[in-house]
Design a protein around this ligand. Structure first.
Ligand SMILES: [Zn+2]
Length: 418
């Protein structure tokens, strides 16, 4: 036998040994979350299941999987959901301060997809993409501001000259995988110019719009006309539970306004957009009691409110759960609904087999907890949702309690990191 074939045979043998070892030791899946209560509204799953991941994809969701895995995490007593989608946050800044890097705030709350709501416009998007989106482990999608420069202050955001529907739509068509719609925000001049321009960009690009728009005296705008005549089915209005953007609850009677119910029937969608000023207990409690939950739950998280109200997704969901929303419904409005609203369902917002493995694991705690609103009033609740583990693109990126870590005394000599 020639020397080269001896070498080849040795290589083949060692490869075979290697493969056998890997099959015997590592098995079929890369990661299994075992025995958690899975809530996957898209697939009508609400019960104890195992979730198996191969590579970056969901491989199986079934009871009592017995196939071996490289890594198994015990999720008993915890809730396992699709990674959350935060429909309204701010993760970019141009020439100022206010935004947060997505990985620093999203992943530890179970949020695997952040939709930046208008911080950039068509003129600043490339800068946003290269500095943040391309470097973030969190998936970042974007509503492009109808203002070309994005959110940079009142003068710029009131400049209708910089609201160019054609240029905005062209940018969306250039990056259809990242740009999911158009935002209009903070317009203080009278009339509907900002919303109309956003709608025109939406028509040209085939994407929805999300509106952050005031109704104060002097704007010549009111809620009724806005939700019944101006916004179209599929358009979204954020800041549902404040009192300056929408008059959801009649201040004198405490009743949800009939035009809001009519708008919902028309297909206009309402997003929470908590932020520093847009979650008020008087509005939220009455709206929830009368059956007007937000269609999508979102944080409007930015640098100014994270220290005051800490409205991450788990915090926002906890508040609604304390006001009577079921955990299952909160998950629906933080996964399936936002995915649909940005036309990204079912590739986002589900644990469907073959989809990207973006997963959140929660502990639903009971006790007495204080939850703060935008008027610095607190509500004492009895349930609190806390994210304990997040999987993004098949990898565990956050593990608060070391669920996936070995016990130190089983890992070998003290000081030796396995
Ligand atoms: Zn915002």
């Amino acid at each position: 036998m020639k020397k080269s074939s001896i070498v080849n045979r040795a290589i083949v043998n060692s490869l075979a040994l290697c493969l056998c070892t890997s099959v015997a030791v590592f098995g079929q899946y890369d990661l299994v979350l075992k025995g958690g209560h899975v809530i996957d509204p898209a697939n009508k799953i609400d019960g104890v299941m195992d979730v198996a991941i191969t590579g970056n994809k969901i491989a199986r969701v079934e009871r009592n999987l017995t196939d071996p895995a490289k890594k198994t995490i015990d999720a008993r007593g915890l809730y396992v959901t699709p990674g959350l989608i935060d429909l309204h946050a701010h993760v970019y800044v141009k020439g100022g301060s206010g935004s947060l890097f997505p990985d620093d705030t999203a992943l530890l709350a179970g949020t695997t997809t952040v939709v930046d709501a208008g911080t950039s416009g068509w003129r600043t998007f490339e800068d946003f993409k290269s500095k943040i989106i391309d470097k973030s482990r969190t998936r970042v999608l974007v509503f492009l501001n109808i203002v070309g420069g994005g959110i940079t202050g009142d003068d710029a955001e009131n400049n209708t000259e910089d609201m160019d529907p054609a240029a905005t739509a062209a940018k969306i068509k250039q990056y259809p995988n990242l740009l999911v719609g158009i935002k209009t925000a903070h317009f203080m001049r009278p009339g509907w110019t900002a919303i109309r321009r956003a709608e025109e960009a939406g028509r040209l690009s085939g994407t929805p719009i999300i509106v952050d728009d005031r109704i104060l005296t002097g704007t010549e705008r009111n809620t009724r006309e806005k939700v019944l005549d101006v916004l179209r089915p599929g358009d979204m209005h954020t800041h549902t539970y404040n009192d300056r953007q929408l008059e959801l609850v009649n201040r004198f009677t405490g009743k949800v306004q009939p035009y809001m119910l009519e708008a919902r029937r028309r297909g206009v969608l309402f997003d929470l957009g908590h932020g520093a000023g847009s979650f008020l207990w008087p509005v939220a409690t009455q709206a929830m009691a009368q059956g007007f939950p937000p269609d999508s739950i979102s944080t409007d998280l930015h640098a100014a409110n994270i220290l005051i109200i800490q409205p991450d997704m788990a915090n926002c969901m906890s508040k609604l759960i304390n006001l009577g929303m079921s955990l299952q419904d909160a998950v629906l409005r933080a996964t399936v609904h936002p995915a649909r609203q940005i036309h990204r369902f079912p590739e986002l917002g589900t644990l469907g087999v073959g989809q990207t493995a973006d997963i959140a694991v929660f502990d639903l705690q009971t006790g007495v907890f204080a939850f703060k609103d935008a008027w610095s009033k607190k509500y004492m609740g009895t349930k609190k949702l806390e994210c304990v583990l997040t999987v993004r693109d098949g990898k565990v990126v956050y593990d608060q309690n070391g669920l996936g870590f070995p016990e130190w005394d089983k890992a070998g000599e003290y000081g030796v990191i396995p």
